[in-house]
Design a protein around this ligand. Structure first.
Ligand SMILES: [Zn+2]
Length: 302
């Protein structure tokens, strides 16, 4: 297994195999990529683009994909996935970021959610395609990822929502289609607590069965603006890491604002001596790799 730090600040945390930097987040804010880190780009979730071009926002019978529309799990505004200027600008941007970093991990590279997008352009494109609605959406997403693949010379990773069953109906995402272009998948399993590790383990197992490329998962440690009481405990994170590891996944990333929050987590994890001992009986090799990682942090936080 491989372990990564997934951060908002352009600085590497100690004690990981690789580093993923959020160079463009859902607010639309961008920071320069870093040569020896991977780059994470939110493609269609983009508050800034939606603010500058209100007519680009994805539409649906349940309203637009605007931050605050509680019909959907949308925490930011999402641009229509067929918007040609946004698509083109993102392709150029992705190519440039790839050139200046180790590769690109995309999220929000698909439709906003079920029922999207019903803007006049999408309805016209769908009508002309002669395809069924879901089939057309799937083709739009897959064709765009094929264009991205032509631009990205280094690693290309597809971040996907933790929904193994209705990804096509909701997002137009077909896992086998994307596997043709992706070097790996990253299942984003962000939660502010992991009190029910059974469910996360089940999801990890399900995705490992479905996805035809290596599978990473991402866990939530400490986001920008969080306080200590907002975030999962070190015990929950250790337990869920071990339980997902034994499901056969290929790696785990830990999301935090920056190296300082990662280090606080490492220290708290190292301090869970009793739990680390107990977790040794939870499985074989992958479990011991997670526990070995925590052991290796002893000298970092010591
Ligand atoms: Zn549209």
């Amino acid at each position: 297994m491989k372990f990564g730090a997934y951060v908002y600040e352009p600085e590497k945390a100690s004690g990981f195999d690789f580093h993923l930097l959020r160079v463009k987040i859902e607010t639309g804010a961008r920071i320069p990529p870093v040569q020896d880190m991977y780059s994470n780009i939110a493609v269609f979730a983009d508050n800034a683009a939606a603010r500058s071009h209100p007519d680009w926002i994805s539409q649906s019978p349940l309203g637009p994909a605007r931050m605050g529309n509680s019909n959907f799990n949308i925490y930011w505004s999402v641009v229509c996935a067929t918007q040609p200027e946004h698509r083109a600008e993102q392709l150029d941007y992705i190519e440039d970021v790839d050139r200046h970093s180790l590769g690109v991990w995309l999220n929000s590279q698909y439709f906003a959610d079920h029922g999207h997008c019903t803007c006049p352009r999408c309805k016209e494109l769908w009508r002309k395609s002669g395809l069924g609605w879901l089939e057309w959406r799937r083709k739009e997403v897959t064709d765009y990822i094929a264009q991205v693949r032509e631009r990205v010379k280094k690693e290309l990773v597809m971040c996907i929502q933790p929904d193994p069953v209705t990804a096509c109906e909701r997002y137009g995402v077909d896992f086998d289609d994307l596997a043709k272009y992706a070097d790996a998948f990253n299942v984003v399993m962000f939660s502010k607590n992991y009190a029910t590790p059974w469910y996360w383990e089940m999801l990890a197992r399900g995705f490992k069965k479905l996805l035809k490329k290596p599978v990473y998962i991402s866990l939530y440690v400490y986001g920008p603006g969080d306080t200590a009481k907002d975030v999962p405990s070190a015990s929950e994170l250790l337990t869920v890491s071990v339980r997902c590891a034994r499901a056969g996944i290929d790696g785990i990333l830990y999301l935090a604002s920056g190296p300082s929050q990662i280090r606080d987590f490492q220290k708290a994890a190292v301090d869970k001596v009793e739990l680390r001992e107990r977790l040794k009986s939870y499985g074989d090799q992958p479990v011991h790799e997670v526990l070995g990682l925590v052991k290796s942090w002893e000298k970092i936080v010591g």
